[in-house]
Design a protein around this ligand. Structure first.
Ligand SMILES: Nc1ncnc2c1ncn2[C@@H]1O[C@H](COP(=O)(O)OP(=O)(O)OP(=O)(O)O)[C@@H](O)[C@H]1O
Ligand SMILES: [Mg+2]
Length: 254
């Protein structure tokens, strides 16, 4: 089965990049060379959490800039399939490839170029078994329309009522399949769960599917704070095990 897509979104600071990185690392070990990581957050923190050096100018935004208003570039591109054009900005990681979206668009209308790039990205994900998108905070992930079709949208929330409310809103917007985006499955990932939290109570009140929970993990937090690549986390770390379980649930025997 090829071309499955998982996107991670949620309120700022809830753990999106950490969770996306753990997923990418685990999937890249299981399916080396068949995984695409997409950093759709303009802060571009995925290279950091993955521990990969990325060229800041190798992004979709930089590519768009070079296309807009440059007839010579456009002409050159006409002779090349869009999928190959996008391949030029893909970074190579350890068992996975990485695509950086870059900063959001500058003012001006690049609709035609954006459509083309989106089309190219849609084709690019078909070249991989699984793509994992680290999204921007909030529904912008959906609004920016990085991908037209998503298999699974994971909305990360911590255990605060406010974060849960934001997350519920995103899940509902996603499942409405508006904005021309189709999301097959969307649900919450409850992150930084502690034993003392009245979990079930909160979950019942939220009223949208919960696709997984990840405990507060001191070792993960230490690695992240000190800038150590998360792929070096011990395999028996609670967060690593929890992400494994979530992936098994989402992907089945894929
Ligand atoms: N399960 C966890 N246990 C302990 N610490 C965690 C856990 N998940 C995330 N963190 C910590 O929370 C902080 C925020 O995580 P992260 O950068 O992944 O959030 P984000 O949602 O991507 O943020 P942003 O919205 O800024 O992109 C980090 O310091 C990270 O180490
Ligand atoms: Mg992030």
């Amino acid at each position: 089965m090829k071309g499955r897509t998982i996107a991670v979104t949620g309120k700022g600071g809830t753990g999106k990049s950490v969770i996306a990185s753990l997923m990418i690392t685990q999937l890249a070990k299981k399916y080396p060379g068949e995984i695409l990581a997409i950093d759709a957050d303009s802060a571009m923190s995925l290279p950091y959490t993955l521990g990969i050096k990325a060229e800041p100018e190798k992004t979709i935004t930089a590519m768009r800039r070079s296309i807009v208003g440059r007839d010579d570039v456009k002409k050159k591109m006409n002779n090349k399939p869009m999928r190959e054009v996008i391949r030029d900005v893909v970074h190579k990681g350890d068992g996975y490839d990485l695509l950086l979206m870059g900063r959001p668009e500058e003012p001006g209308c690049y609709c035609a170029v954006n459509d083309l790039l989106r089309h190219g990205m849609g084709m690019l994900v078909e070249d991989y078994r699984i793509s994992v998108v680290d999204g921007e905070a909030g529904p912008e992930q959906i609004n920016r329309r990085v991908l037209k079709d998503l298999d699974t949208l994971l909305v990360v929330s911590d255990m605060s009522a406010r974060s849960l409310e934001t997350a519920r809103g995103i899940v509902e917007i996603a499942l409405a399949n508006e904005n021309g985006i189709s999301v097959r499955r969307a649900g919450l990932i409850l992150n930084r769960v502690r034993d003392d939290a009245p979990l079930q109570d909160l979950v019942d009140r939220v009223g949208v599917p919960v696709l997984g929970t990840i405990p507060e993990d001191a070792v993960l937090n230490k690695y992240d704070r000190e800038g150590m690549p998360l792929r070096e986390l011990p395999g028996d770390c609670p967060a690593v095990l929890a992400v494994q379980k979530i992936l098994d649930g989402i992907l089945g025997n894929a």
